[in-house]
Ligand binder design. Structure first.
Ligand code: ADP
Length: 425
């Protein structure tokens, strides 16, 4: 194994795996840390669900993942977080980075969530989502990790006792040796974690080349794009042309959405406006017993005969806030995640073989409910979201899952994903 990746959520894991596959690395994603050891591949991505848990728990899970990757011989470790730097005031990006650095004996790393193809750029340490600063973007309303500051040096410094500095875009413009020189200056000044600017794929390639020798990289998925060519230049592996090939599957198809991000709200509205079948899950109705996952599943299963069905909890910011005030943030999220996960499991038991899931936490809950342990990564539907394939536990059947991070994908993403998997729409 060349690269071992620790991803803080499921969609983040598929996102980074997709980048590696695109650049020709055979990549396997495993969900959680398997007791039986890791599979062999050029890169193994361990998907955790550690973004919003307590920092101590996130650290413990990340260190367990690190041990497994080290035992399997990983040459470099990559801590993958969201391209919108999703974190709370106390973590978990800072505490997990600190713990991984200590365990690896690393005295310097970078932090770079940039993903320019998806509109996430970092300029002078400030994260932009499209044309807006992170703090002006929809992320300020996120149900679990609202982001109210775009200055990543400040955001990260609040989460770590190690000194945070900045590696600027004008240095990256001058190529990998200038980046390496600047990194050694930062190191000499006592900086342990450098937030790295990146406005383009060229910047990501330069960063990857400059960082390929570090024990640890912390980043969104963008930097991973540049690592396979950097490894290949070092003679560590040869890119494979068929790295993204998956089987063609038959059977019903469905979409499950628990994301309330702006992009997903628009995608759900687009599906509804096209007159396609959809069923809404309502957290208050679930709480008060007026709705149950079993009845939604029953309706969804009978609708499947007529084509793909969408089951969604996706709601407007105002409606999410009202529900959170009434039930509390965690209970509201938990009720929805549990309901959608059990509906998704029921759909797969009813024969669904191509399933799109929207939302990072939601995808984690669905994958856990399905009991899938390993995903092969296929071709991307849009930057950051690949189709994946896995064997269903207790059977020889396989199913394909597209796990979409909330803010990713165009308006027609759901139909586009299903068409790409061979569904007639
Ligand atoms: P994203 O990738 O957009 O951040 P996530 O699935 O990670 O999506 O997070 C969305 C969170 O919001 C989940 O915990 C989900 O259960 C919760 N949620 C979804 N719909 C609602 C709703 N209508 N009211 C309150 N919370 C909701």
């Amino acid at each position: 194994m060349i690269l071992g990746v620790i991803a803080d959520d499921f969609t983040g894991a598929t996102d980074v795996a997709s980048m590696l596959v695109r650049a020709g690395m055979h990549t396997v994603l495993v969900i959680g840390v398997p007791a039986a050891g890791l599979p062999q591949a050029d890169a193994v991505v361990i998907a955790l669900k550690s973004r919003t848990v307590e920092p101590a728990e996130a650290v413990a899970h990340s260190l367990a993942a690190l041990s497994a990757l080290q035992a399997a011989g990983a040459r470099q470790i990559y801590f993958k977080y969201c391209s919108t730097f999703d974190s709370t005031a106390h973590g978990n990006i800072g505490p997990v980075t600190d713990a991984l650095m200590a365990a690896l004996g690393s005295d310097f790393t970078i932090a770079c969530p940039a993903f320019p193809e998806n509109g996430r750029t970092v300029f002078r340490g400030h994260l932009f989502v499209g044309d807006a600063l992170l703090s002006d973007s929809g992320m300020r309303h996120h149900p679990l990790t609202p982001m109210n500051d775009a200055n990543l040096v400040r955001v990260l410094q609040a989460q770590t006792s190690q000194a945070v500095g900045l590696l600027r875009h004008d240095v990256l413009d001058r190529g990998p040796s200038a980046a390496l020189e600047s990194m050694s200056h930062l190191r000499a000044e006592g900086v342990k974690i450098a937030v790295a600017d990146a406005l383009s794929n060229d910047h990501l390639l330069t960063l990857a080349e400059a960082c390929a020798g570090l024990p640890l990289i912390t980043a969104g998925s963008g930097v991973a794009l540049g690592l396979p060519p950097a490894y290949s230049r070092r003679g560590w592996f040869t890119p494979h042309a068929n790295a993204a090939e998956l089987q063609v599957l038959q059977g019903p198809a469905a979409v499950v959405s628990g994301s309330c991000s702006e992009a997903t709200q628009a995608q759900v509205a687009h599906w509804l406006a096209a007159g396609r079948t959809a069923l809404r899950v309502d957290p208050r109705a679930l709480h008060e017993g007026r709705q149950s996952p079993a009845t939604v599943l029953e309706q969804a299963t009978s609708a499947l005969a007529h084509g793909p069905v969408l089951i969604y909890a996706t709601a407007t910011n105002q409606s999410v806030q009202e529900v959170q005030q009434a039930l509390g943030v965690h209970l509201a999220g938990h009720l929805v995640e549990r309901a959608l996960a059990s509906i998704a499991k029921g759909l797969v038991q009813a024969g669904v073989r191509r399933l799109v899931v929207a939302g990072g936490e939601t995808s984690g809950a669905v994958a856990q409910a399905l009991g899938v342990q390993q995903l092969r990564i296929g071709a991307p539907i849009c930057p950051g979201v690949p189709w994946t394939q896995s064997v269903l536990p207790g059977s020889r059947d396989t199913a394909q899952l597209a796990l979409k991070s909330g803010n990713f994908g165009g308006l027609d993403f759901f139909a586009q994903a299903l068409r790409q998997a061979g569904v007639d729409l």
